[in-house]
Design a protein around this ligand. Structure first.
Ligand SMILES: [Fe+2]
Ligand SMILES: [Fe+2]
Length: 307
């Protein structure tokens, strides 16, 4: 794609029609709140000094999370000779980072139906993509910056949460016999954001921001979810300056993962400025080294084992 084709830009929250907001809100209203246990586990697994016993206690309070953790640790990826039902052992083997991923996945599955497949909408693949993006953000963290690493990991896992909600809307429409609007005169190769706006009058970044508000997530989460593709279309003036770094990190990680694993619908490359914000220069290839590629391939194998 050359620059002359980049005239299309995604709509912003304020530009969504009132009718569309009503429909989206009716779906979002049915999404459960973020349970306290999930919130607490995410906090605890982001803090290196967390008391292990306390973490086990919080996790034990949620049977769905316990069963998911055991399922992961008993998967062939970990190669245990004998299956275990020991939660302590499972938490030690998985480590805080994987625990957080399992917890988020478990919640997303319950909240917006991840794991289901409907026509072109493969939420397992979407979860895999989100996981890879979260792994890729490690590239932008110093070895000893655990706090930042924890935040970026969660942002990566949640950045496309709006897509899960859009898939739910599509499923609801089908159940009620409502035909989606269709992508009209758009070509199959149109950008995914453009297709979403044709189909739903809104795109996944806006719906993601609406979900983040519902879950009382921080301004940082709301902004990153809402603006994570902005660097591909807008200049700095359209991005909240205090979160520009995280937005750029998620945006560029997303582009790297899509380039390496999903050759479909890649978005325009952000302006040089956004690369500089994360400490690199374009093109994307200059960020992708062998170590990162190996790490992402390993993460992809891990996800494939689980699904
Ligand atoms: Fe996205
Ligand atoms: Fe994404």
């Amino acid at each position: 794609m050359d620059d002359s084709e980049h005239t299309w830009t995604p709509i912003r929250y304020d530009e969504v029609s009132p009718e569309t907001k009503v429909v989206i809100n009716s779906v979002i209203d049915r999404v459960p709140d973020l349970p306290l246990s999930v919130n607490r586990i995410i906090e605890m697994t982001s803090d290196e000094d967390t008391n292990f016993k306390e973490l086990v206690e919080v996790i034990s309070s949620d049977p769905a999370i316990v069963s998911n953790i055991l399922k992961v640790v008993n998967s062939s990826y970990y190669g245990l000779k004998k299956k275990t039902d020991n939660l302590h052992l499972a938490i030690v083997l998985l480590g805080f980072k994987e625990i957080k991923t399992v917890v988020m996945r478990s919640f997303v599955t319950r909240a917006v139906g991840a794991g289901k497949q409907y026509k072109d909408y493969d939420t397992r693949e979407l979860w895999q993509h989100s996981y890879l993006v979260s792994v890729c953000t490690d590239k932008f963290c110093g070895e000893d910056d655990q706090q930042k690493r924890g935040v970026l990991l969660t942002l990566g896992l949640l950045h496309d949460i709006g897509k899960f909600a859009l898939y739910n809307i599509a499923i609801q429409m089908k159940k009620r016999g409502i035909k989606p609007m269709g992508i009209g005169d758009l070509s199959e190769s149109a950008l995914i954001l453009e297709k979403e706006e044709k189909l739903f009058g809104v795109n996944h970044t806006i719906v993601g921001g609406m979900l983040a508000r519902k879950w009382n997530l921080s301004e940082r989460f709301i902004s990153v979810l809402e603006c994570h593709h902005h660097p591909s279309f807008f200049d700095r003036s359209e991005i909240p300056s205090e979160f520009e770094k995280e937005i750029s990190e998620i945006c560029i990680s997303d582009l790297i993962v899509n380039k390496l694993f999903y050759q479909n619908n890649s978005l325009p490359l952000p302006q040089d400025h956004f690369f500089e914000t994360v400490g690199f220069h374009p093109p994307l290839e200059s960020i992708i080294d062998q170590k990162l590629e190996e790490k992402l391939n390993k993460a992809k194998d891990f996800m494939s084992e689980l699904s």
